[in-house]
Design a protein around this ligand. Structure first.
Ligand SMILES: [Zn+2]
Length: 469
């Protein structure tokens, strides 16, 4: 029998507020253990929590960006459990009245992964196991989180990857979280069940806890699909359980059989008042949202007619898109601007983080002054690339590098003379080209590029060289 994969995600996202959700302690990552703490976030007797307004605002932003309805009257609840990472023995969370409900995240195919709810809660501390001891660091305790609960609409590991990537992008675009999975500011619990293909009834699910990499999520889902399929096709029953994924073996194993929600004995948090959010505040937040990633990608491809592959390379980085749009607003053509970003600017930015920041030394408007010369045929692409590289290096404007003389380009007679020179200087490359090696001609471009500081028009030079040899 063929089985269909059914998966829903619970995704925890740390909100990028400066301070914790119920006290004034910093949310900065790392730091000496137990230095970002106070009586409130370590649950000392008599300490009272005060809800961080910014955390609520960020959660509403996240809700609106995922098309949720906002519950403008809401409250917090205590989720009782006893574990050393949580000194109060309860977590302040939301139970029956989450801040946001009934949204969705759209995939590129147009499929919508529905969002059941988004609620706010506090993060717990971190247990560190070393040398036979377990140490506790409460720095993370009280960092504001949102938990984004999806409906079981994900039907493959590939869809899971896209869902997580899209969520990450949305949260970064709207500035509520950096969503760094490796630092734990985004982590996923993955629910998986199988059902016979065509069946509507949901099977028994297992939950793989605390996944912190997209690659691991895909692997774990594939493994868990195989495990459950084997049980089911052997006539057995999948037991509802919480699982752990072992990164080294690539296998899932049972941590504990599943507890149900009522085990937590949720009850309304008595120390925090009902939260009343004016509709005008929700409207203000809604109006402040930027264009969302998928809308932007579609606009780049469908309206600006950009090369889809290049558009995909840039839309992941909001700051790069802002720079691109600034150049275009200043009159540069979208196509040439994007080509220069992908070909010249990105090659100078080594890490994802660098691309994320896109701190390149010149503004999009400054780049536009150069790109407009390229658009108007005053300079060729090679010279534009070389000049942009110099501008990025120095932070200087285009006038520093391109003179009126450069802009006249090179007349055909001069170019022909240089092509002859290039041919004479590279007999081997010419012989190779004649013998059928198309690529040998690149050696001649190299010569021309050096001899003209990039001013030679490559296309014209190709025609001349080919006619000469
Ligand atoms: Zn604190």
């Amino acid at each position: 029998m063929k089985y269909e994969l059914v998966s829903g995600f619970e995704t925890h996202v740390e909100l990028a507020t400066a301070t914790k959700i119920f006290c004034g302690c910093t949310t900065a990552f790392g730091g000496e253990p137990n230095t970002h703490c106070c009586p409130v976030c370590t649950g000392q007797p008599g300490a009272l929590p005060v809800l961080n307004k910014k955390a609520v605002e960020f959660a509403i932003r996240a809700g609106l960006a995922t098309h949720c309805e906002i519950n403008t009257v809401t409250h917090l609840d205590r989720k009782n459990y006893c574990y050393p990472d949580l000194p109060k023995a309860y977590q302040i969370s939301q139970f029956d009245k989450p801040l946001c409900e009934h949204g969705y995240v759209e995939l590129e195919s147009g499929k919508k992964i529905r969002i059941l709810r988004i609620h706010i809660e506090e993060d717990a501390g971190k247990l560190v196991h070393e040398r036979g001891f377990t140490l506790i660091d409460y720095n993370r305790g009280g960092v504001p989180l949102i938990e984004i609960v999806s409906e079981p609409d994900i039907s493959s590991p590939e869809e899971a990857r896209e869902y997580v990537e899209k969520l990450q992008l949305i949260m970064r675009y709207i500035g509520v979280s950096d969503c760094k999975m490796q630092e734990g500011s985004m982590r996923c619990d993955v629910n998986i069940s199988l059902r016979p293909e065509g069946s509507e009834k949901l099977g028994t699910r297992t939950e793989i806890k605390n996944m912190n990499s997209i690659a691991h999520i895909e692997k774990a889902m594939r493994y868990e699909y195989g495990r459950q399929a084997e049980i089911l096709s052997g006539g057995g029953k999948v037991e509802q359980a919480t699982m752990r994924f072992d990164e080294t073996t690539g296998e899932t194993s049972v941590m504990r059989t599943k507890e149900d929600a009522q085990d937590y004995r949720y009850f309304p948090e008595p120390d925090i008042l009902t939260v009343n959010i004016p509709q005008s505040e929700v409207d203000r937040i809604k109006n402040s949202l930027p264009e969302l990633p998928l809308e932007k990608l579609r606009r780049y491809i469908d309206v600006l007619h950009l090369n889809a592959q290049n558009a995909r390379l840039i839309y992941k980085y909001k700051a790069a898109c802002d720079w691109f749009e600034e150049a275009v607003a200043a009159g540069a053509s979208p196509k040439n601007t994007l080509n220069l970003i992908v070909g010249t600017v990105f090659s100078r930015l080594d890490t994802e983080e660098d691309k994320e920041k896109f701190d390149v030394g010149i503004s999009g408007a400054q780049a536009a002054e150069l790109i407009k010369l390229l658009d108007g045929g005053k300079i060729n692409a090679t010279l534009a690339q070389m000049t942009l590289a110099k501008m990025l290096e120095t932070g200087d404007g285009v006038e520093k590098f391109i003179s009126a003389e450069d802009m006249r380009g090179m007349d055909d007679g001069e170019l022909t003379r240089l092509c002859k020179e290039a041919i004479a200087a590279n007999p081997q490359a010419v012989a190779d080209y004649k013998a059928g090696k198309e690529k040998a001609i690149f050696a001649l471009y190299g010569y021309l590029k050096r001899a003209t500081q990039g001013k030679a028009d490559v296309q014209k030079a190709t025609e001349i060289i080919k006619s000469l040899i």
